[in-house]
Ligand binder design. Structure first.
Ligand SMILES: [Zn+2]
Length: 315
C-alpha cells in the first residue's frame, strides 16, 4: 500500500458499473479520480459495480476493464466484483436490523407516488418516501404473511440533514429526503449500502465521483454512522453534458470509448481531449494520464458542467 510523503494513507477507487459502454463522461470522471489519488502518491483500487441485475450486460465487465486500460489508467491489486460480496452486504443489513435501524417496507413505487404528501418533492431515487411502513410490521416475516409481498428494507432516517464538507464544492447542507432502501425486495443490496460496505472494507479514504451522486452522500454518511464505520472524504465533480446542456447520453451521438477507438482515435488523443475537458490542457493536446500527474491541480477543473462530445476528436 503506497504511503504518500505526508505519511497519511490515501486510497481511492475506480468503480465502473458495467451497464453500458464506457463513454467520454465517465472516462473523464475516472481519469480525475485516478489523477487526484496518483498525483498524491496514493493507492487506486478497481471495483466493478456489477450487481444491477438485468442492466448488467454479459461481457461488459471485461470490456470496461479493457477500456480503462486502453485509456492508460492502472490500479493496485485485482479488480473486486460486487457480485462476489453479497454475503458482506447481507451481514451489514443484519447489523442494521439488529439495531432496529431498518424496517420492512412493502410499498410499490406507484403506491409511494400516490401516498406522497408533496408529490413534487423528490429524493435522488424518486418521490420522497412518506413513511407508510414505519412501525407497521412486527418483523420481516409478519410483513410477508400480512401482505403476501416480499418486503424491501428501509433505513430509518432520524434527521433532516447531514452536513458535510465536499473537497471540490465546499460545505454542503446534506439534506436527507426520507427513509431509503438498503435491501431491495429481491434480497439484493441497494447501491447506497453496497458502496458504503465496499468503501469501508477496502479502506477507501478518498471518493471522487460525478456530482449526480451528490444527493446520495448524506444517506451514505448515515449508513457509515449506523454501521460504526469511518467515512471517506468526498469530492463531487461536474458532469460532462451535451451541446444542449443535458447530461451526456445516446442522443448526443456515440461517445463510447470503443466506438471512438474504432474511428481511429488514439488513446493519447482521447487522453488529451479528456484533459481539455478537465481544464488541464489546451484543446488538441495529445497526452497520457501519466503525463498529467506532474502538474495536476483539481482547482483547474471548471466549476460548471462541461460541454463535451465527440466533436474535435473526429476532425
Ligand atoms: Zn412502505
Amino acid at each position: 500500500m503506497a504511503i504518500p510523503s505526508n505519511g497519511v494513507r490515501l486510497v481511492g477507487r475506480l468503480a465502473p458499473s458495467p451497464t453500458g459502454a464506457l463513454h467520454l463522461g465517465n472516462a473523464r470522471t475516472f481519469l480525475l479520480a485516478w489523477l487526484s489519488v496518483r498525483a498524491r502518491g496514493g493507492t487506486i483500487l478497481l471495483r466493478v459495480e456489477d450487481i444491477d441485475g438485468p442492466r448488467v450486460k454479459p461481457g461488459a465487465t471485461a470490456a470496461t476493464v479493457a477500456d480503462l486500460r486502453w485509456l492508460g489508467l492502472d490500479w493496485d491489486g485485482d479488480a473486486v466484483l460486487q457480485s462476489s460480496r453479497l454475503t458482506d452486504y447481507a451481514a451489514a443489513v443484519g447489523k442494521l436490523l439488529a439495531a432496529s435501524r431498518v424496517y420492512p417496507c412493502v410499498c410499490t413505487r406507484s403506491e409511494i407516488e400516490d401516498a406522497a404528501s408533496a408529490p413534487h418533492e423528490t429524493a435522488d431515487d424518486g418521490p420522497v418516501y412518506p413513511g407508510t411502513c414505519r412501525g407497521r410490521f412486527a418483523s420481516i416475516e409478519a410483513a410477508c404473511v400480512e401482505t403476501g409481498r416480499e418486503p424491501a428494507l428501509r433505513f430509518r432516517v432520524d434527521r433532516d440533514a447531514v452536513p458535510f464538507e465536499d473537497a471540490f464544492r465546499g460545505p454542503q447542507r446534506g439534506r436527507v429526503a426520507g427513509d431509503f432502501v438498503v435491501q431491495k425486495r429481491d434480497g439484493g443490496p441497494a447501491y447506497q449500502l453496497a458502496v458504503v460496505v465496499d468503501d469501508a472494507e477496502q479502506g477507501v479514504t478518498d471518493v471522487l465521483r460525478a456530482d449526480d451522486l451528490l444527493p446520495s452522500t448524506p444517506r451514505q454518511l448515515l449508513l457509515y454512522q449506523a454501521l460504526g464505520l469511518p467515512p471517506p472524504s468526498f469530492c463531487h465533480v461536474p458532469l460532462v453534458v451535451g451541446e444542449d446542456g443535458l447530461r451526456l447520453a445516446k442522443r448526443h451521438g456515440d461517445t463510447s470509448l470503443r466506438w471512438l477507438r474504432d474511428q481511429g482515435v488514439t488513446a493519447d488523443r482521447l487522453g488529451g481531449h479528456l484533459a481539455f475537458l478537465c481544464g488541464l490542457r489546451p484543446k488538441g493536446t495529445k497526452c497520457t494520464p501519466r503525463e498529467l500527474l506532474r502538474d495536476f491541480d483539481l482547482d483547474k477543473l471548471p466549476r460548471a458542467p462541461v460541454r463535451g462530445d465527440e466533436h474535435g476528436l473526429l476532425a
